[in-house]
Design a protein around this ligand. Structure first.
Ligand SMILES: [Zn+2]
Length: 342
């Protein structure tokens, strides 16, 4: 089968012929229909410091996908051929304290699909049945392809109650945009999104945020003034991993404000801890999705009319992966989809 492979410990990817994966007794074999390109995939293609430390070659990359079940192992009873499915990209150990307590997203020994084992940028992928999400309600294929990052957005946005609250989102990449849509849909009062890309801020406006603020020329405090906020933001969703974004967020939170942090910084950096203490701010790290509570929430949000269409801005045949990856790496658009059915 065709697959996008990191073959050697150097930059780049190759579209290669590799053996089709086999489904073990508890596994599901899936024909991949569409996939989404994630920041993780860009890191692996670039072969940056994180990738050099993490990835063992050769590796089929990718973890955001939708597909159709074509085979199941003998122990799989509740998933059948023809089911349309996405996959939870974190494979957990099932044995640690958190796993045994049902807190699988907190597993100490998580293995990432397309990171620690072969992934989904291929014509077929095999996954444990316990990682497979069956779309019981019809979902647009492009949206189904990005359930994994949509889950990051939902997990982050719903970390703290936000009905009637003023919500600040730093970073208007695909996950920040989806979090903005969720916050809007879930009943936040004001939703403010910051970025330095005017194209991405325009996407945020399409989603219906109250203010899309370009922080290359303005401060978050200016945004507060524009909206007439007097006491600061109640909820912060940090999506950029940028030190200056978190610092400006902390400086603009109300007393008792709560921050959910998904953006992954590339290194250590100082923040105003005295402000965090005296403003009594809570900061919560978010990684992945709650299995499968977040997935349930995603499905019902879409059923309830949440619209993610503005977030998807690029669609390519898988053979045009170089152009698609360049598009995703530009930092200007939304989500980029690869079609594996052509
Ligand atoms: Zn575990």
């Amino acid at each position: 089968m065709k697959a996008l492979v990191k073959e050697k410990a150097q930059p780049g990817l190759r579209l290669a012929d590799v053996p089709q994966p086999e489904a073990g007794p508890g596994d599901v074999l899936i024909k991949v229909l569409r996939t989404g390109i994630c920041g993780t995939d860009l890191h692996i293609r670039n072969w940056d410091g994180w990738a050099r430390q993490t990835i063992r070659t050769p590796l089929v990359i990718g973890h955001e996908f939708v597909g159709e079940v074509v085979g199941t192992g003998r122990d799989v009873t509740d998933i059948k051929a023809g089911d349309r499915v996405s996959g939870e990209g974190h494979l957990v150990c099932g044995k640690c304290r958190n796993c045994l307590a049902g807190r699988r997203h907190l597993c100490r020994a998580t293995v990432g699909l397309g990171v620690g084992r072969d992934g989904a940028f291929a014509e077929y992928v095999a996954l444990p049945a316990s990682n497979v999400w069956v779309h019981r309600v019809p979902v647009d294929l492009d949206v189904a392809a990005i359930f994994d990052p949509f889950g990051n957005a939902v997990h982050t946005a719903l970390s703290f109650p936000l009905v009637g609250e003023d919500v600040l989102i730093t970073g208007a990449g695909p996950i920040g945009l989806m979090a903005a849509a969720v916050a809007r849909h879930a009943g936040a009062r004001n939703v403010v999104v910051t970025d330095v890309s005017e194209e991405r801020l325009d996407l945020a406006r399409k989603i219906g945020v109250d203010l899309a603020l370009n922080v290359s020329g303005a401060r978050i405090a200016d945004g507060q003034r524009q909206l007439g906020l007097r006491e600061g933001f109640d909820i912060g969703l940090e999506m950029s991993g940028r030190p200056e974004a978190l610092r400006d967020m902390i400086a603009n939170m109300t007393h008792g404000g709560r921050i959910a942090m998904l953006g992954l910084p590339t290194g250590e950096f100082p923040v105003d801890w005295a402000r965090i203490v005296t403003s009594m701010i809570t900061i919560k790290g978010i990684y992945g999705r709650e299995m499968f509570e977040t997935w349930y929430a995603m499905s019902v949000l879409l059923e309830g009319g949440l619209d993610l269409a503005p977030v998807i801005t690029g669609r390519y045949d898988y053979r045009d992966f170089e152009t698609a990856f360049d598009d995703a790496a530009s930092g200007r658009g939304g989500k980029v989809i690869l079609d594996w059915t052509a």
